[in-house]
Ligand binder design. Structure first.
Ligand SMILES: [Zn+2]
Length: 190
């Protein structure tokens, strides 16, 4: 069920999900706020209140990203070309060994890196410019040595991609753009 809260001047929609976890957390993975709560955790306004600045900032970024989608054009690679490009890029960047690279169409992320060192890349990356695909590959490779987005993680990233926060924002813009493509809406008009 979608609920709504007001944070400053914004109406923000959110959903709640109860899972077997110890601590509540907030996610913004696909542009929608999700409250993940421990089972039998009845109280959700407290956690929203506590994180409202973060929620506000994220929501603003998402709104901006949605507005920027109009200025981007997309050209798709074939999936075979995408796979070759990603594998070559990974070879070129990596010092750490991985177990395997796999590809999947995913609904909530560009890539992931499992504990067993399997790298998974979203086949929707085929719509992205190569410079952003390279960033995603480097990002996931960096998770081989640093599981979470710690300060140390971003330091590793910055060695190669000094402009990583710009790229993270671009990825968000493309995320929304691609939602439109996969729903076969008109993407851009010129
Ligand atoms: Zn990451």
């Amino acid at each position: 069920m979608v609920k709504k809260i007001k944070v400053r001047d914004m109406d923000i929609e959110y959903e709640t999900d109860f899972r077997s976890i110890k601590y509540p957390r907030l996610e913004f993975k696909t542009g929608k706020l999700l409250l993940v709560l421990p089972k039998n955790h009845g109280e959700e306004t407290g956690i929203i209140e506590k994180h409202k600045n973060w929620i506000y900032k994220k929501s603003l970024m998402i709104d901006m990203a949605k507005k920027e989608t109009g200025s981007k054009k997309i050209e798709a690679k074939t999936e075979d070309d995408l796979k070759d490009f990603i594998k070559n890029t990974a070879q070129r960047f990596s010092k750490e060994p991985w177990h395997k690279i796999q590809f999947k169409k995913m609904k909530s992320k560009w890539g992931s890196c499992s504990i067993k060192k399997t790298l998974t890349f979203n086949t929707l990356l085929k719509y992205l410019p190569e410079s952003l695909i390279e960033y995603v590959v480097f990002h996931e490779l960096t998770h081989l040595k640093e599981k979470n987005h710690t300060e140390r993680f971003w330091k590793h990233i910055a060695k190669k991609f000094n402009d990583f926060s710009k790229r993270e924002k671009e990825l968000l813009v493309y995320w929304f753009l691609i939602q439109d493509v996969s729903q076969k809406k008109q993407v851009y008009s010129q």
